[in-house]
Design a protein around this ligand. Sequence first.
Ligand code: NDP
Length: 330
Amino acid sequence: GREWHLLSRPVGWPKPEDFALVEAEVSAPGEGQVLVRNKYLSVDPYMRGRMSAAKSYVAPFELGKVMQGGAVGEVVASNAEGIAVGDHVLHFFGWREYAVVAAENAVKVDPEAAPLSAYLGVLGMTGLTAYAGLLRTAAFKEGDSVFVSGAAGAVGSQVGQIAKLKGASRVIGSAGSDEKVKLLVEEYGFDAAFNYKNGPVGEQLRAAAPDGIDVYFDNVGGDHLEAAIGSLNRGGRIAVCGMISVYNNTEPAPGPKNLARLIQTRGRIEGFLVGDHYDLQPQFVQEVGPWVRSGELKYRETVVEGVENTLEAFLGVLRGDNTGKMIVKL
Ligand code: NDP
């Protein structure tokens, strides 16, 4: 089976020469392990961080070794109790066609209950990120006015819709194309949306939220964060989920200039990691699963086919080629 290796640590935008698609032997599962043929791979913005040497909340990818990431596949050989050939599992050994996985690192998923790719997106890691970040970190409550950036992406599109379904007074989103903006308003029910490439974010946000915002869910950082602080109402909360606008920067980005406004507004800004909130997973699936099945919560996926196109799919996420969760189908 083929697998992706990281050869050198990218500086700025990752280049094809930093990676190699390598043929690897498929081994039989040892005691307590299963052999999985991956069907869907997840490519996510946080993987850019793992390509750098800097220590973070997850270890850097090792040079010359296979990269890792979320994946869903079918068990083709099993040497583990409780997991049978033909079962489908979610695991963390992506960026490859076949993976040997210890049973304790595999979670069985039901292909009848939801499309398999949904376990990587709307009902998986990015969905839980939206749910936990909005409800727990940002302490969303009915009547709040909510602004979310990266709003046509996997996390952002779900943040806006969950806020709407839970009684937000106004939901505003920003995204990087007029087509994405149209989708937010016409399909996902956002009250207002703007294309951040069409003009200064601060001005566009003030026009879209004339009465200010109570919650900002930050996927982007930079001028979006600055604009959000500028529009924050008294008691406002900012959940810092990601800052994709700076992931490929080689120089530190200029910081927000209006942090002092947090004093006036008694505003609160707090970072969070989805990994700390898996206790919410059952509640998340119980509440959001029915919305997905009924179509009240809509989602899109951008599907790229072929393991050989995994790197391009990943770069596409950084460029904004995706609407909703970016998925690689093998
Ligand atoms: P998305 O599906 O949102 O894809 C990333 C999107 O970012 C692109 O589609 C692009 O859309 C947008 N983007 C790229 N560059 C810029 C830029 N310079 N300025 C503004 N937008 C940009 O990815 P995810 O939903 O998976 O992740 C969203 C964010 O959440 C990321 O920051 C990620 O790191 C973070 N995250 C954090 C987690 C946590 O535990 N804290 C867990 C999961 C994700 P556009 O066309 O609109 O520019």
